[in-house]
Structures are given as structure tokens and as C-alpha cells.
Ligand binder design. Structure first.
Ligand code: ATP
Length: 365
């Protein structure tokens, strides 16, 4: 069995007088050649995690292993980990060549080796003709390309990217996303990519690690995580729009079972083993917007009034208000209803996802 490229073991980081828990005991492994996106709201501990991997911050406890060996105590320059920040950190008083060469120059590498490495990376990044330009003449996406190139010349075992595209305007961001995908496939880099933009994470990563308040809530393949969130936080964070989450309770009298929230009641099959233990306890029902279909108000799972219709090309997001509950459904644009219409939403029981109202964890189905 080959070793993971990177292993994070029960990693914790406390700041200040140890009252601020920035990273709260996270575990995950990244395989060689894999791209993992760390995704989560501002302040959840993403950058602190990257800074510990590169060696800019010392963990309070836990371990970081690269190719099976702990790197705790090894200085940043000796870990063979490259970090690219969002604000480029390119030296504008230097040429592109000098910027790309910088990491090797400070390592005292021979001139010929530096020139060869710089030319190889410049070619990879499509910048061979820009080597003599001053960095001050470059636009945002070219500066970011130089920043990435400057890290690549040192041939890092792992490349860490901290919000690398967030300073770029939309079209440059799309172009750089394509560029990063090409680099991934051409040089098979192992990448950890920090972002709070889930579209970016979904389009670049093999797996997504969702963090919240210093904890790793879930790490899962990109193609699966939106459909199978393990935690209510992931369910409410992933997807556009995210899953509808209704906090309520399970009621049952031995013969019938249902979910109740204010005036809303949804009957459940008594064979719903996962929820039958939850009678009288708080529960959260998750309904994916894509699995709700429109129906006549009288024979629907939930009925209400259309509050908003947002066309998005071939699909439209329809917000339906039913008493105090507001639900979003994604429907074909041609079927979109009028605002104010009385409408029903049908949900197949097989699409219901339940989370414990106490722990937020998904119940086994
Ligand atoms: P963002 O997306 O805003 O960059 P993040 O998920 O990267 O956020 P971190 O920057 O890792 O989050 O911060 C996690 C927590 O640790 C925050 O509460 C932050 O204020 C705190 N923190 C980060 N660095 C330090 C530091 N050097 N000293 C004290 N507190 C810090």
C-alpha cells in the first residue's frame, strides 16, 4: 500500500492565552496527485491549517506527516511544501525571470540549474515570452501565475494554495481555474486548495473538506458531498441553493409516524427505522431543492404560495412559503409558476434526509 502524501493527525491550534481554538483536532489524509479543497466560512481555521502544514505556525498538538514522516519542528523552507497566497507576494521591482528564480537563488542553486528550471516553469505557464518583463507591468492573473510559478520552480512535494483566485476579476478567475486544472493533469501535483467559494472547490478538487469552527465536518469526493452531507452544517453550506432544512419533531403513536413543524405535517412510513427512535426528539428534515417537484396544491407533500421565482437558464429556483416555512425547489424554467400562485411541492420519501436535532449528524438511512 502506498503512503498518503500528507497526513494530518488530531491537529489542534490554540491562539492567545489558549482560549481561542482555531483548529480543533482535525484528521485527514491526502493521496499523491490528489487535490483537496478546504472549504468553510471565514474564520473556520482554513488558513491556520495551511500555515501549520507549511510550517509558519506550530501546532499546539497533533502531527503532520509528509510521505510518512513527521515534519513538526522542521523549518518551512525544508519541508518541501510550497504556499501561494491570494495577494501574490510577487516582487514588482524584479523581472518575471528574477521572480521565478527567487526561490532557487536564495537556496544557492547553480545558475545553469536555475535558468533551466525557470524556463521549464515559464513554458508550463505560457510565460516564456514574458520573462524579461518587469513584474510591475503585469495584470492580476499574470501576477498570480508568476506567484504559482515561483513556487513550482522549487518542485514542492505539496502545493498549498490559499484563496489564490480571490483577488482576480471573474473572467481572469475562470481562465486561472482552467490553468490550474491543466497544471494538475500535466504535472500531477498534490494540492491543498483553500477557498470559501464552493464553485471553485467543486470545479478543481477531487475531494472537499468542509470545516466549521475549527472542526472538520466532512471530507468527501466532490461528486458525492452535495448529495450525501454527513452533517447539517455541510447540508446548509453546499449546493446552490443548499438543502432545505426544516427543524421539527417526529411524532408517532405506534401505528403512524410523521414529521411536524408548526402547521406542517409530513407522513412517514412506519418502516423509517432511522427516525422511529426519534419520536418526541428534535430532528431536522433535509429536502434537496432538486428533488422537490411542483404539483397541484391539494395532492402535494407541502402546499403554499410562490414567493419568488429566479430563472437560471434552463432551470428556475422557486421559493414557496408555507406558513412560517420557506422552501426552495429547482424546476425546469418552462414549468415555473407565477409569483403568488397557490402551489404544491411533492417530495419522494426516498429523498428525505434526516439529521439529529441534537448533534447535527445525519441519521443512517
Ligand atoms: P478566512 O477565510 O477569513 O481567511 P480562515 O478559515 O482561514 O478564515 P483562520 O484565518 O485560520 O480562518 O482563523 C481561524 C481563527 O483563528 C479565527 O478566529 C482567527 O481570528 C484566529 N487567528 C488566526 N490567526 C491568528 C493569530 N495569529 N493570532 C490570533 N488569532 C488568530
Amino acid at each position: 500500500m502506498t503512503l498518503p502524501k500528507l497526513e494530518i493527525v488530531n491537529l489542534r491550534k490554540l491562539f492567545g492565552d489558549e482560549s481561542l481554538v482555531a483548529v480543533d483536532g482535525i484528521d485527514f489524509a491526502v493521496e499523491a496527485g490528489e487535490t483537496v479543497a478546504l472549504l468553510g466560512p471565514s474564520g473556520c481555521g482554513k488558513s491556520t491549517t495551511l500555515n501549520m502544514i507549511v510550517g509558519l505556525e506550530q501546532p499546539t498538538s497533533g502531527d503532520i506527516r509528509i510521505d510518512g514522516r513527521s515534519v513538526i519542528g522542521i523549518p518551512p523552507g525544508k519541508r518541501n511544501v510550497g504556499l501561494v497566497f491570494q495577494d501574490y507576494a510577487v516582487f514588482t521591482h524584479m523581472t518575471v525571470f528574477e521572480n521565478l528564480a527567487f526561490g532557487l537563488v536564495i537556496r544557492g542553486r547553480p545558475k545553469a540549474e536555475i535558468a533551466k528550471a525557470v524556463h521549464e516553469v515559464a513554458e508550463l505557464l505560457g510565460m516564456s515570452n514574458s520573462l524579461n518583463l518587469s513584474a510591475s507591468e503585469l495584470g492580476g492573473s499574470e501576477l498570480q501565475r508568476v506567484a504559482i510559478g515561483r513556487t513550482l520552480v522549487t518542485k514542492p512535494a505539496i502545493l498549498l494554495l490559499d484563496e489564490p483566485l480571490s483577488n482576480l476579476e471573474a473572467s481572469a478567475r475562470l481562465a486561472m481555474r482552467r490553468e490550474l486544472r491543466r497544471l494538475q493533469s500535466e504535472i500531477g501535483l498534490t494540492i491543498i486548495y483553500v477557498t470559501h467559494d464552493q464553485i471553485e472547490a467543486l470545479s478543481l478538487a477531487d475531494r472537499i473538506a468542509v470545516m466549521n469552527a475549527g472542526k472538520l465536518q466532512q471530507i468527501e469526493r466532490t461528486s458525492v458531498i452535495c448529495k450525501k452531507p454527513d452533517h447539517v452544517f455541510v447540508a446548509g453550506f453546499m449546493g446552490s441553493p443548499p438543502m432545505n432544512l426544516l427543524r421539527g419533531e417526529i411524532i408517532g403513536d405506534g401505528t403512524s409516524l410523521g414529521f411536524r413543524r408548526d402547521g406542517l405535517f409530513i407522513g412517514l412510513s412506519s418502516s423509517e427505522a432511522s427516525v422511529s427512535d426519534y419520536v418526541g426528539r428534535p430532528i431536522i428534515l433535509g429536502l434537496r431543492p432538486e428533488s422537490l417537484t411542483l404539483a397541484a396544491a391539494h395532492d402535494a407533500t407541502i402546499s403554499g404560495k410562490v414567493a419568488v421565482v429566479e430563472p437560471r437558464g434552463p432551470e428556475a429556483v422557486v421559493t414557496v412559503e408555507s406558513g412560517a416555512v420557506s422552501l426552495k425547489a429547482v424546476v425546469p424554467t418552462v414549468e415555473r409558476p407565477q409569483v403568488g400562485a397557490d402551489i404544491g411541492l411533492l417530495a419522494a420519501p426516498s429523498s428525505f434526509v434526516f439529521f439529529s436535532g441534537e448533534t447535527g449528524r445525519r441519521l443512517a438511512s
